[in-house]
Design a protein. Sequence first.
Length: 119
Amino acid sequence: MLAQPCAHSLASGMGGIRAAGDLVARMQMTRGMRLKEAKAYVAGKLGIGEDDLSDPIVMNEVRGERGLGRVVTGEASYPNEPNAIEAKFRIAELLDVPIACVSRFVERSGLGRGAAAGH
């Protein structure tokens, strides 16, 4: 059951959601950016240095301030902060990239143009 999350965590590097690995990987996948270009883009959007992208302490604060989701642990839960779909909406907006679950949510909730057209 843990094989996929472990494999993804190792493959994406930079700590996944603990740092900025998920954000950088998203730019590589959606925009075809090389690693260096993706890191520069994400760092610029977040207003931090590229070295900070892999620092889980810095990124914990940045993700919290930007509402980009954080790893929830028993010691440090963030009940009033965005997580799950809300965090993905914010990531899509910040990085200006499409995220499939966000698009599906908008489409199925009637918030998109399809609702106006009766779909």
